[in-house]
Design a protein. Structure first.
Length: 81
């Protein structure tokens, strides 16, 4: 039997990703999840990776913004007398 992989595009805000991570951590602390926690641990790992990617993109955007605002244009004015 073949195993198929499906990919879905889900749009989350940073706050939604953090909420999802916190919910997974709380759920994994319970004793009732011991027998089937493997897929949830994988999901938690993926969500933490996504959060890190969001933070990296935010930091890159802030760095680019600072570079653009720190540009100094020097010019000289010559006045003929």
């Amino acid at each position: 039997m073949r195993e198929y992989t499906c990919t879905a595009l889900i749009k989350y805000s940073k706050q939604e990703v953090e909420l999802h991570i916190n919910a997974l951590k709380i759920a994994l602390q319970g004793e009732s999840m011991q027998s089937y926690r493997g897929p949830y641990l994988a999901l938690l790992k993926d969500m933490e990776r996504i959060k890190d990617q969001i933070l990296d993109k935010e930091n890159d955007a802030m760095a680019d913004r600072k570079k653009k605002t720190q540009l100094v244009v020097e010019d000289t004015v010559v006045k003929n007398v």
